[in-house]
Design a protein around this ligand. Structure first.
Ligand code: KIV
Length: 267
């Protein structure tokens, strides 16, 4: 039985060992991930896009996120399970934020939550941490702000924006987050933020000098033909593998060669 990874293990990796994080939303994928050496499984609100087919992450609900988090946690993976707080589950107020964060642990079986934003959600972060719920921060291109940003654009470009990003990162660290996702920021800025913090940073489109990296599992596995942002590397092309397998099955069904003798029950 492998020793489960805790937030202390994640904190201790800073400066020693890079952190590997991927997303998962269901038990089958989580069982496969549990056979690997990933450190953190993020049940991302990207579920609203890759699982539910939305154009943005904005539509995914608390109940849907709890469902996906419970599907992942039921596997009892060795990796730390982090539940992603969806749009409007924490922005409106501190009490609602604490109650919703608590649901990820109580009903979802997660060990921590992630939420997007810096100083503007700092009261929520402090209150959730005070309730003994570990929090992962998320700065840079925070997808829940896509309309405020005017699209999916690199953030933290230019001296002022980079300074603001660093200030927000330090504020989140002071508020008690145990790690910080940096999404789509220039590599040099992510490096500077990483150097300035005692907690680990986990990058996505933020260059190689973060303390760890995260990718959406469907992107990493090449499960979409169309979606391939610059920061994604496909380590497999499962779209083609799955298509070939299903085409082969369909062919055998149509020609009557599946099921064969070995797939049939005898009297
Ligand atoms: O929802 C998500 O999958 C995320 C990661 C891309 C960091 O927030």
């Amino acid at each position: 039985m492998k020793k489960p990874i805790s937030i202390i293990d994640i904190l201790n990796k800073k400066g020693k060992e890079r952190i590997v994080m991927v997303t998962s939303y269901d038990a089958t994928m989580t069982k496969i991930l549990d056979a690997t050496e990933v450190d953190v499984i993020l049940v991302g609100d990207s579920a609203g896009m890759v699982m539910a087919g939305g154009d943005t992450t904005l539509g995914v609900t608390m109940d849907q996120m709890i469902y996906h988090t419970a599907c992942v946690s039921r596997v009892r993976p060795r990796a730390l399970v982090v539940g992603d707080m969806p749009f409007l589950s924490y922005q409106a107020g501190v009490e609602e934020a604490v109650r919703n964060a608590g649901r990820f642990l109580k009903e979802g079986g997660a060990q921590a939550v992630k939420l997007e934003g810096g100083k503007r959600v700092i009261d929520q972060v402090k209150a959730i941490v005070r309730a003994d719920i570990p929090v992962m921060g998320h700065l840079g291109l925070t997808p829940q702000s896509v309309h405020a940003f005017g699209g999916y654009k690199v953030q933290g470009r230019g001296e002022e924006a980079a300074m603001m990003l660093k200030e927000n990162a330090l504020a989140l660290q002071d508020a008690g987050v145990f790690s910080l996702v940096l999404e789509c920021v220039p590599a040099a800025v992510a490096h500077e933020v990483t150097e300035a913090l005692a907690i680990p940073t986990i990058g996505i489109g933020a260059g190689p000098l973060c303390d760890g990296q995260v990718l959406v599992i469907q992107d990493l596995l090449g499960m979409s033909k169309e979606f391939k942002p610059k920061f994604v590397k496909r380590y497999a092309m499962l779209f083609d593998t799955i298509k070939e397998a299903v085409d082969a099955y369909a062919g055998e069904v149509r020609e009557g060669t599946f099921p064969a003798d070995e797939h049939c029950f005898k009297d």
